[in-house]
Design a protein around this ligand. Structure first.
Ligand SMILES: Cc1cc2nc3c(=O)[nH]c(=O)nc-3n(C[C@H](O)[C@H](O)[C@H](O)COP(=O)(O)O)c2cc1C
Length: 243
């Protein structure tokens, strides 16, 4: 692929924001259409170009289409889901809602990908990881986000399933002990991308307004004179998204 790497045209910028805002976590709407190998490779390559602490590139991608493997993972999901449901025994409203949610598309999606973290790659000294060891795992999450956005641009839905046992994943996928599964992703073409997150549509939680998560200069300031203009624009955005 040849891309002008210098600057973004207006159309390219719009394309990027379109991917960001229309990306969804997809568990339903998968259709029976295979992901072509060249598209899959493009998406994986996008993931592989994510930032990583000390350029450690600590990710691996296990590509799964075998039905038997998927069924084993689905079993793990079913067991873990039961455990989550029991955690809500004292909150029957949320428990009822939870039970009705569709939280995975393991069998319906064309390809499953387990993304893992290898703390020993290029180690033990990883530049930048010495003070905050979690930066290794953060790097894997950056790769996952790249994958998610590239897939969206290709019209492919991705669903992240975390209601799984890490130990089950290790066993099912023969993952070595030092390697940690970070994400189990379900990828496939879909007949639609929802405009709003499923959890929002189901009344589980709402998107927080932007101003609620912005602080100026330190944690204690939610407004500050020399940030007035920024603050006003954020408020305006919040007002318009509330309409
Ligand atoms: C780390 C992580 C774990 C997640 N685990 C699950 C999961 O197990 N099941 C599920 O249905 N969605 C899962 N999601 C998707 C979130 O529910 C979803 O991103 C959120 O509701 C916002 O929706 P959106 O991604 O469509 O914007 C996960 C997302 C992340 C980032």
């Amino acid at each position: 692929m040849s891309i002008d790497l210098d600057s973004f045209t207006m159309t390219e910028k719009e394309g990027l924001y379109k991917a960001v805002f229309s990306r969804r976590d997809v568990r339903s709407h998968f259709i029976d259409k295979k992901i072509p190998d060249d598209v899959l490779v493009k998406i994986l390559n996008a993931a592989h170009h994510a930032p990583s602490v000390g350029f450690s590139q600590p990710w691996d991608f296990i590509l799964i289409k075998n039905k038997t493997t998927k069924l084993k993972v689905k079993d793990s999901f079913t067991q873990e889901r039961e455990k989550s449901i029991s955690l809500l025994d004292n909150d029957s409203d949320r428990q009822d809602k939870y039970v009705r949610l569709k939280l995975e598309g393991i069998l319906e999606s064309d390809i499953n990908i387990c993304v893992t973290y290898d703390p020993e790659r290029f180690g033990p000294f990883i530049l930048g990881r010495t003070s905050i060891p979690e930066t290794g795992e953060y790097s894997v999450c950056c790769a996952i986000q790249n994958l998610w956005l590239a897939a969206r641009a290709e019209g492919i839905g991705v669903g992240w399933v975390s209601i799984l046992s890490i130990e089950d994943l290790r066993k099912i996928l023969a993952i070595p002990n030092r390697v940690k599964p970070i994400a189990y992703l379900c990828l496939g073409y879909v007949n639609k991308f929802e405009v709003r997150p499923d959890l929002e549509r189901a009344g589980w939680l709402k998107r927080t307004i932007l101003s609620k998560v912005i602080h100026f200069e330190d944690w204690n300031n939610t407004e500050l004179n020399n940030w007035n203009n920024t603050n006003m624009m954020i408020q305006k955005l919040d007002d318009s998204s509330n309409k």
